[in-house]
Design a protein around this ligand. Structure first.
Ligand code: FES
Length: 160
């Protein structure tokens, strides 16, 4: 599926580029904008980001695959990331991971049939002091218990 940045996104990228002597540092901003526009980072998105920022496709792909916030396939309306790294693991991260998997009936990197939820197990999201935690899109939920997770899932289902 073809992808070209919208004029609005191109204008914003141009503004960001002005802050640096070269275009490369804007790659994360551009990828984020592209994901917002396209829903995920396709090969065509990578091509366009590379062309706009005068980078190689390989350089852009390296950034895409390094950061968990970029998705190379279409995710659900609510993309749930469950941290199971050390601090979260010690405070029940794997119980939460299993709870969310069972509740949604999907596994890592899968999307529910109705495309409402997708799931991803992630490494540390920088909130170890308030472990265990999950993220739903860009919102962080911390100091979680099984009950709180249940409430979050229910409220997401209701909000749909
Ligand atoms: S280990 Fe989960 S946020 Fe750091």
């Amino acid at each position: 599926m073809e992808f070209k940045f919208s004029q609005e996104n191109l204008n914003q990228i141009e503004e960001e580029v002005k802050k640096y002597p070269v275009k490369k540092p804007v790659v994360m901003f551009a990828l984020y904008a592209a994901q917002e526009q396209n829903g995920f980072i396709s090969n065509e998105v990578i091509d366009d980001v590379a062309s706009v920022l005068q980078m190689t496709e390989e350089e852009v792909l390296g950034v895409v695959t390094f950061y968990t916030m970029y998705h190379q396939k279409e995710m659900g309306k609510f993309h749930i990331q469950v941290c199971t790294n050390l601090s979260c693991m010690l405070r029940g991260g794997y119980d939460i991971w299993k709870q969310v998997k069972d509740r949604l009936g999907i596994d890592n990197w899968q999307v529910t049939d109705d495309k409402i939820f997708s799931l991803e197990e992630v490494e540390c999201m920088g909130n170890c002091g308030t472990a265990p935690m999950i993220a739903v899109n860009e919102d962080y939920y911390e100091n979680l218990t099984k009950e709180k997770v249940e409430e979050i899932l229910l409220s997401l289902k209701k909000s749909n």
